[in-house]
Design a protein around this ligand. Structure first.
Ligand code: UTP
Length: 296
């Protein structure tokens, strides 16, 4: 059995929902408390047993490469000042082997994954989206890899969303269920409102067999004029089973403004140093708001 040892992290999107912040800075570098989003994702991959990571980058994404590189001057400065705990934090991202490939044009997620095909070769692999963070006891990707090892088939991570949100995601049409595992009839990218076959949405974590590249290489455009990974998964599903797994854990959407703010608050509230002052500040903000309502 071939093990899942490689992962692709697509990070070449334009991040238009965060403009103008993302004009010169990659959205994947936006910090959640003190770590960039993409570092949480790399850490999940490593904790799941991934040995090699390829990040798909694009124009204006150099900061990602710099972040995962050694920063000698900074490290020497921290040693001289005796700031050893910070030094450990600064060194941590460089401890895994990370490779890069450029997607010349942001033609869609499916195209970004296809750009990494030579790095993957003929092996099963993982995809972790650069703007979804998942927390939980067992890393989300590890849960999918465990399923892959039993089934020897592609496994896609899903979680339920509300009826109003189904048109923002790839949605599955399940035909059978065994615990948290679903057999899937169809994978539909961003179904029109009221047309979703279920509420189970694809949440940025995938384990795929290399046959997916046969379908991605067709370069067919789907929803929004983009080359969609979901469409290729649907085609693969007609040739070999693709399963969906309802993973355990909290998923944070850091790719849009409200999701990003809520993620930051949630992570900060769990941070020993920030918890008390943050809760106090939030109380003050809320009481100011209700005072203004009374006056207004
Ligand atoms: P998104 O659609 O959430 O990212 O893609 P985006 O296009 O940057 O966001 P908006 O809508 O303009 O705000 C999910 C992930 O896929 C990557 C993105 O970087 C993101 O991490 N992606 C998307 C690519 O690598 N290439 C693409 O062509 C599109």
């Amino acid at each position: 059995m071939k093990k899942v040892k490689k992962a692709i992290i697509p990070a070449a999107g334009l991040g238009t929902r965060f403009l103008p912040a993302t004009k010169a800075m990659p959205k994947e570098m936006l910090p959640i408390v003190n770590k960039p989003t993409i570092q949480y994702i790399v850490e999940e991959a490593v904790e799941s047993g991934i040995e090699d990571i390829i990040i798909v980058t694009g124009k204006g994404k150099r900061a990602i490469e710099d972040h995962f590189d050694h920063a000698f001057e900074l490290e020497i400065n921290l040693v001289e000042k005796g700031k050893l705990k910070l030094l450990e934090e600064v060194r941590r991202p460089s401890s895994v082997d990370i490779h890069y490939i450029r997607q010349k044009e942001p033609k869609g997620l499916g195209h970004a994954v296809w750009c990494a095909r030579r790095f993957i070769g003929d092996e099963p692999f993982a995809v972790l989206l650069g703007d979804d963070i998942v927390t939980g006891d067992t890393p989300c990707l590890k849960q999918l890899i465990n399923q892959y090892e039993m089934l020897q088939c592609s496994v896609i991570g899903v979680q339920p969303v509300s009826d109003q949100e189904t048109n923002r995601y790839g949605i599955i049409d399940p035909i059978g269920k065994d615990g948290r595992l679903y057999q899937v009839n169809n994978f539909v990218e961003k179904p029109a409102p009221g047309m979703a076959p279920s509420n189970l949405a694809i949440m940025g974590r995938y384990v795929l067999t290399p046959e997916i590249f046969n379908y991605l290489s067709l370069q067919e455009q789907g929803a929004g004029g983009e080359i969609q990974l979901t469409d290729a998964i649907q085609k693969l599903n007609q040739y070999q089973n693709v399963y969906a797994y309802h993973f355990d854990g909290i998923r944070y959407d850091v790719g849009e403004k409200l999701g990003y703010i809520l993620t930051t608050l949630d992570f900060a509230i769990r941070n020993g140093e920030l918890r008390i002052p943050l809760l106090k500040a939030l109380e003050e903000i809320l009481s100011r708001e209700s005072m203004q309502k009374v006056i207004g």
